[in-house]
Write a protein that binds this ligand. Structure first.
Ligand code: C5P
Length: 287
């Protein structure tokens, strides 16, 4: 490898996330709109003799086969016809995207690793979407970036017109949420709803165009989320919701000063807040 390769792995928010039902494979059928934001992890790839080495600035982040970057490397290694475990490579992750936050950090890191390693190990880029989908439902989106509609598991992708540039206030409560748990809470709620009101089709179906169907099940378990959404709305956000399965709540603002004021107002009492901005497809591709 000629020198180090350094790439950004950007985060996403879900502008909207509708859960349409449960699939035969246990996943949920989604209609979601992904949006890239500037917040990013940084991955550095360098040659180093011996077995693959992965390390991360955040000690809470796994650095073995439990990390999607490790699994991405194993995928590309095998796709290139190599045998055994990946080797002669060290990958360092500078983590800035909070984990268990609904911002897609682990998936974005994995997609960045797929791209870099496919070029490094001469694997046809046309094979990347399938490899990405095998790693996780959100990973294929991070090969695209910008404003994208995701159907099926969220991995059948249709690029949309980029939304107008916006400032994004991200508020992280002092806890994370596992995606699996959040979908499980949606299942429980749906079952209770059925028992109370019969088959779907009632007034419950009328909802605003931009909404996140995981938000109420998450709020049932973490009421603080609803308070944060309200605080961002009161601070003037044109849209405020959880991202993905949470725990991050985001608000969209036209003006940076308003986004910063909201971050100061909401990011206290055990919460952290930061201000980012949307990134369109062209900027995402420049990486
Ligand atoms: O694909 P990924 O490993 O990121 O998904 C994590 C978990 O989230 C899955 O195991 C599943 O429980 C849930 N999930 C789902 N439907 C989706 C995406 C994720 O049920 N469309």
């Amino acid at each position: 490898m000629a020198g180090n390769r350094v790439v950004r792995a950007r985060a996403k928010v879900n502008l909207s996330l509708r859960v349409l039902g449960v699939r035969a494979d246990g996943y949920h059928e989604l209609r979601t709109v992904f949006q890239s934001i500037a917040l990013h992890d940084t991955l550095t790839f360098r040659s180093a003799r011996g077995p693959l080495r992965l390390d991360c600035s955040d000690p809470a982040c796994p650095v073995d086969g439990a990390n999607l970057v490790w699994r991405a490397a194993a995928c590309v290694w095998a796709a290139g016809g190599r045998t055994g475990e990946p080797r002669d490579l060290a990958i360092r992750i500078e983590k800035r995207i909070p984990m268990q936050a609904g911002l897609g950090g682990g998936s974005s890191d994995a997609a960045a690793a797929l791209r870099v390693l496919a070029s490094m190990w001469q694997v046809d880029g046309a094979r990347l979407p399938d490899m990405a989908a095998s790693l996780g439902a959100d990973v294929p989106y991070f090969l695209e970036g910008g404003t994208v509609l995701g159907l099926e598991r969220g991995d059948l992708l249709f690029p949309l017109l980029d939304i107008p540039a916006s400032w994004v206030t991200l508020v992280m409560p002092g806890f994370g949420i596992s995606t699996k748990d959040a979908f499980g809470w949606w299942d429980e709620r749906r079952d209770v709803g059925r028992a109370l009101s019969g088959p779907p089709g009632g007034p419950d179906r009328v909802r605003p165009a931009f909404s996140n169907d995981l938000e109420q099940p998450v709020v049932d378990h973490h009421p603080e989320i609803a308070q944060i959404v309200k605080m961002l709305q009161r601070a003037g956000a044109s849209h405020a919701a959880i991202s993905g399965s949470g725990s991050t709540v985001f608000g969209l603002f036209d003006r940076k000063a308003d986004a910063e004021r909201a971050a100061r107002a909401v990011g206290r009492g055990g919460r952290t807040a930061l201000v980012s901005r949307t990134v369109d497809r062209a900027e995402y591709r420049r990486r």
